[in-house]
Design a protein around this ligand. Structure first.
Ligand SMILES: O[C@@H]1[C@@H](O)[C@H](O[C@@H]2CO[C@@H](O[C@@H]3CO[C@@H](O)[C@H](O)[C@H]3O)[C@H](O)[C@H]2O)OC[C@H]1O
Length: 392
């Protein structure tokens, strides 16, 4: 596995522009990225998901649920650092620290996963996908723009502290729980539960945490990357490749609350496989999952995407985020660019406009990430002294 992984962009500094490989013109690709960014982060009421707050803050609105989520805030920060928009990054981070950072109780050091736009909390509990995106976005900000002295803009320190909390919480005083299970090294759905969400598994993030976290935590992150890459094939159905929204640690779907099927959360697994392959090289078992997902959707009509069992049986219920599904499936092509259905998945994405209307937030987050990933613009920002000329 390690020799195969040395082919990824982390080792080569080279990012593929799969859209260009598939013959889309460079200026058009660049235009699509910039246009999409403006649609999401500009002031068009039909497409925007970013809003400014007070003088120096901003938030991403979940337009379907009318709340602000750590998921969206951390995605926004990752998008901003990739697009070199420190102004927006800092606005989002200021809002997050002011309104979402938990200072007391069993979740102190984590972020409240949902609040209202005015900053009042809907919950005092975290959702670990937010923390992992915050941490990597902060490392990238530290490397791309440099750390400031004053908190919370000492980005690198913030990332290290957050990751420390994520894996050591409760260790000394038994108060609160870590976000990763210390024994099997798998990320939990929420800290005080013992099951997981396949779409939260980002081994390509953990590889980077293993480089940049506090020295004593680095081995843990290396092991977490290995554990997640081993876990994913157990969670994705052996024929369809589909993952449930929630699963037990052994990969079997957790349907206790009805989340044991392929629906909104699950879509991100396909994209995660693509970005992992781009950054760290492809892994045969994970590539096979990407192939299965692409094959499963190759004969489905996007107008009729549904909720599916992981075995692929459709429910009556339509997909809530069909544009997001198109986007994440396209990113899976990065793992298997020569697969017979890869190009069609990307073409479908290219032909699909961003979503308008109330439910646009989740779809369009996945859409912008897909554009960045497929064009080689979703990059690892290394510390300045390690940056390779070719990549930047
Ligand atoms: O019970 C909550 C749990 O719901 C929360 O999870 C976050 C919200 O859901 C996930 O994404 C959503 C996918 O469906 C779309 O319709 C929504 O717009 C998305 O936000 C998200 O990844 C989770 O962070 O976690 C905390 C639990 O207590």
């Amino acid at each position: 596995m390690s020799t195969i992984h040395r082919q990824g962009a982390f080792f080569t500094g080279q990012y593929r522009n799969l859209l260009q490989t598939y013959n889309y013109a460079l200026p058009e690709i660049e235009d699509r990225i910039q246009t999409c960014w403006r649609q999401l982060f500009g002031d068009s009421p039909d497409t925007r998901i970013y809003y400014e707050a007070e003088e120096d803050m901003g938030y991403l609105l979940d337009t379907g649920n009318l709340d602000v989520r750590t998921e969206g805030m951390s995605y926004g920060m990752m998008m901003a650092v990739q697009m070199d928009r420190q102004d927006i990054f800092d606005r989002l981070w200021r809002y997050t620290m002011k309104n979402m950072f938990i200072t007391e109780g069993p979740n102190a050091g984590y972020f409240a996963w949902s609040c209202l736009p005015d900053g009042s909390r809907n919950s005092n509990g975290p959702a670990p996908d937010g923390e992992e995106f915050f941490a990597l976005a902060l490392f990238f900000a530290s490397h791309r723009w440099g750390d400031k002295d004053e908190a919370p803009f000492n980005y690198g320190q913030q990332a290290r502290d957050l990751l420390h909390t994520c894996i050591h919480k409760g260790e000394k005083d038994g108060y609160g729980s870590p976000m990763w299970n210390p024994d099997n090294k798998l990320i939990k759905f929420v800290p005080n539960c013992e099951f997981t969400d396949p779409s939260y598994h980002l081994p390509h993030f953990y590889e980077l945490f293993a480089e940049w976290a506090n020295p004593e935590d680095r081995l843990f992150w290396k092991e977490a990357a290995v554990a997640s890459r081993k876990y994913l094939p157990t969670a994705c159905h052996p024929e369809t490749g589909l993952a449930p929204e929630y699963s037990y640690y052994d990969g079997t779907p957790n349907n206790e609350r009805g989340y044991g099927h392929f629906f909104s959360d699950s879509y991100r697994v396909a994209a995660n496989l693509g970005v992992d392959a781009e950054w760290f090289g492809s892994d045969p078992e994970l590539s096979r999952i990407a192939e299965r997902i692409l094959t499963f959707f190759s004969d489905k009509n996007p107008e009729d995407y549904r909720r599916y069992t992981v075995a692929g049986e459709p429910f009556e219920e339509k997909s809530l985020h069909p544009v997001g599904l198109i986007a994440t499936n396209a990113v899976a092509a990065l793992a298997v660019p020569n697969h017979e259905h890869a190009r069609a998945a990307v073409e479908l994405f290219w032909q699909t406009p961003i979503r308008t209307g109330d439910r646009r937030y989740y779809d369009n987050c996945l859409y912008l990430f897909a554009l960045l990933a497929l064009s080689g613009r979703y990059r690892i920002w290394l510390p300045k002294n390690e940056q390779q000329d070719a990549a930047y």
